[in-house]
Design a protein around this ligand. Structure first.
Ligand code: CP
Ligand code: NVA
Length: 290
């Protein structure tokens, strides 16, 4: 069974069991470190609750309060934390830093978002797609907006799972060429356009994200001008499949990348998406740590 399928099945099972009031305790006695260098509402809290619901103990680590902030080498931090913890979820800027940490840790290390990827988010997003559409197979997924960390993780998922993915990004904000080209080698139905309507045409799933990600706050005004025509609004939705769903990992900026009307409208599945982060994070911890 692929790792993806294993996680989708386990997350669905854990969600059902939770709704039925069944307690799962697969992480009893385990401690999970959550190292965060960037703000988070959903990822942090859903990982904390996921660990608690499975009988484990989350340990929140704001890296600014550790010796990491005073330049203790990441290699040393990884080896020390491996002696205390059973797993780590790490949110930071640099993908290389997470990989360096993982190379020196001897516990599972989970990417909780970097500037390059947001893999846990795409897992819970695909779980939501499966709930609404039965499967991702044969679906046409559109990405509208920045070629950012979320876009990269959608590209990797399309490469692994074979669904059609069309990204519409402004010319100066396309995804990383290496990531994109590698995906196209595996799945020829991953493509890029600069026209949001082309990407949305007949799409079953429409995805967007903020125009300025964490760490890009200074570029907000400049980006707002470039991305103006990349808004998910009712005109864009009109060219999608009649039963298309609209997704956003949140936080959303209403009136920028998505209108209030669409975000709060009947096609939006954003609250289920947010909820599924809890169930998917439980599955990830369960599979990696138990
Ligand atoms: N979607 C997401 O990762 O949200 P947070 O930044 O609140 O964790
Ligand atoms: N692209 C966004 C995702 C937030 C969950 C960011 O990195 O800020």
């Amino acid at each position: 069974m692929s790792d993806y399928k294993l996680l989708f099945d386990r997350a669905a099972e854990l969600k059902l069991r939770h709704k039925q009031g069944i307690l799962d305790r697969s992480l009893l006695g385990k401690s999970i470190g959550l190292i965060f260098d960037k703000p988070s509402t959903r990822t942090r809290i859903s990982f904390e609750v996921a660990a608690i619901q499975l009988g484990g103990t989350p340990v929140f680590i704001s890296s600014g309060d550790t010796q990491m902030a005073r330049n203790e080498p990441i290699e040393d931090t990884a080896r020390v934390l491996s002696r205390y913890l059973d797993g780590v979820a790490f949110r930071t800027f640099s993908q290389d830093l997470v990989e360096q940490f993982a190379a020196f840790a001897d516990i599972p290390v989970i990417n909780a978002l970097t500037d390059k990827y947001h893999p846990c988010q795409i897992l819970s997003d695909l779980m939501t797609v499966i709930e609404y559409k039965g499967s991702y197979e044969g679906l046409k997924v559109a990405w509208i907006g920045d070629g950012n960390n979320m876009a990269h993780s959608w590209i990797n998922a399309a490469a692994a799972l074979g669904f059609t993915l069309t990204l519409a990004c402004p010319e100066a904000y396309v995804p990383d060429t290496e990531i994109f080209d590698a995906a196209v080698q595996k799945n020829a139905s991953v493509s890029l356009t600069h026209d949001p309507k082309k990407a949305a045409l007949g799409a079953d799933v429409i995805n967007t994200d903020v125009w300025a990600s964490m760490g890009q706050e200074d570029e907000q005004a400049e980006r707002q001008a470039v991305f103006e025509t990349f808004q998910v609004n009712k005109d864009l939705l009109a060219v999608a499949a009649e039963d298309a769903i609209v997704m956003h990992c949140l936080p959303a900026h209403r009136g920028e990348e998505i209108t209030e009307e669409v975000l709060e409208g009947p096609r939006s599945v954003v609250w289920d998406q947010a909820e599924n982060k809890l169930h998917m994070h439980k599955a990830i911890l369960d599979v990696l740590l138990k």
